[in-house]
Design a protein. Sequence first.
Length: 158
Amino acid sequence: MNRDEDERLRDKHFLIAVDQTEDAKRAVLYVAGLIGGFPGFRATLMSVVQEPEEDFFTSDQERAAWIEGKTAELQKYLEKYREILIQSGFDEDKVAIQLCKGNTASLAETILSFQCDMSCCTIVVGRQHKSRTEEFLFGSISSQLIREAKNCAVWVVE
């Protein structure tokens, strides 16, 4: 094992699940303010393009165009959030971005699967402000992460 691999294994790895909302930006700013500049940390910014059902669009081309547009939009946000972390003191090589395509699995399941694959010690998400009715009908990603996460901490940033 070379020195870079050894250092990478010792670093505390944060998975920051983001989208284009202010809630996600607050989560990134929180991590930047709390641990930016300290050695021994690395972060992966992750976003998920939830692919709509095939019958949601009138054609495959329309669906593909929507996915391509959403992917480009999220990629811009990932790059912007990466810059925030680097400016806060993270080394460039310690901030990765990951854009995943989700299918019918819930966002929380996709995040937890990625966390497990990457051996992240902490998942960070922004809290979405939903009414009780919305939360009952659609669920809460942060609540599901808190309930189902194993071998990691979950930070829900207000």
